[in-house]
Design a protein around this ligand. Sequence first.
Ligand code: ADP
Length: 497
Amino acid sequence: MALQAETQAIVTQFDFSDENVNKAVREFLRQMDEGLEKDGTSLSQIPTYVTAVPNGTEQGLYMAVDLGGTNFRVCSIKLNGDGTFNLTANKVPIPKELMVAKTASELFAFLALQIRNFLEEHHGDQFEQHVRRRPTMTAPEGYKDEHVFRMGFTFSFPVQQSGINKGTLIRWTKGFDIPDAVGKDVCALLQEEIDKLHLPVKVAALVNDTVGTLMARSYSSPGKQGAVLGAIFGTGTNGAYVEKLSKLKKPLSGDYDNSTGEMVINTEWGSFDNQLNVLPTTPWDIALDKQTPNPGLQMYEKRISGMFLGEILRLATLDLIKNPKVSFFKDENSASNDWRTTTYIDKSSSLYQEWGLDTSIMSVAAIDESPTLSALRQLLESTLQVHMPAYEDALAFKKIAAAIGRRAARLSAVAIAAIVLQTGKLSDPAHDNEPIDIGVDGSLVEHYPYFTDMIYEALRAVDGIGEQGAKRIRIGIASDGSGVGAALIALVAAGME
Ligand code: ADP
């Protein structure tokens, strides 16, 4: 009984009521507007210079590369013009020494070489004709334009974008450190190395993965009206949406095509409400934030994304283990504990190590609805060294995990709701009853059970959306934003040349 009550006391701290969802939506809208007016605000609202989204009829052969962390991916994408595409891809690990190379050119030369290898392997005809037989020609200017591949470059590091294929690196993250590249245009760096190898490839677009997701969903969504939002719920969380140019008040430094009157904006919403005006905060959120290298920043992301949820769960679980009122994952040193017959947690358990719990365990906890919770108990034993976990203990763990997952989904709904309201489409008779398409990607939304259902539940409670509005919102997985999405941005960019 005590365990039930103490578990419930933890669970209720993760409640995020309908009223608080509404409050947060209003604040999100306010912070969006603020970010459209000036720099240095909570939501960066970065203009991407992408001014059109596809409708599924696009055709052609494009390339895409993705430098995001441990691997470099090269692909070619054949857009069939009917919402479908064929993708060919190679993936190569980035050698560790190149992540900390002395010069930018060492890394980018390696990337260009992978593009060359890809062309040789998968597009042999073009390779023979344009690279091997004409090795002295300088690409891409030396080629007939129709022979030059347009390529989208997904580069998942902070950049200051100043055009559709121009952006300077602000700083490296994720273990990369090549000071020489900071402040330089990453598209130009890549193009330079591509040209040295005489490849018929033009870096046509610099791509953020959220924009890629938006484009991928727009291309494949039935109805051809284009998506309004692309959102990632994976290691991190972020979203890009289609905004009216008239609302974008801060100055734009580069050229763009303003014929559509719209531009895709990368919100960088992970940093929504760093001031904690509306975000729910538990003792475990505070403890987690202190452990991170960037305390006080990315506060929204720290309550939503895969990188953090497992750690929140670990911290809350640890408190329950330490709680003298209950016997939970009983410690091996506890006097009444006989390890042969009762539950105990080994001292070496990853539950005792910071960041020791992967968020994927939350999916297992949620999926296991068996009367004995056998799958979850097995996992607690094999991955967390909880020997012979009791049913009641597994149930307590499941409930805490569910509360953290539910809060993450309801918080995710805040951004989605605010952006849907910002488009004005729900109340615009010109879009009467049209579906409002949203592309999503990332392990959390793909694999965590009921994540999307819980988002919808919160959306229905939002003023201005309600039952009717929520029915029109169509959330769909749009995987491969860095492949097909990047190719589509290269296509849009080519149209602007
Ligand atoms: P990325 O965002 O880096 O492209 P993913 O979308 O695969 O990659 O997200 C990885 C994150 O998702 C990790 O933090 C991982 O802990 C978490 N994750 C992986 N599998 C699951 C799952 N089944 N349920 C919930 N979270 C998961």
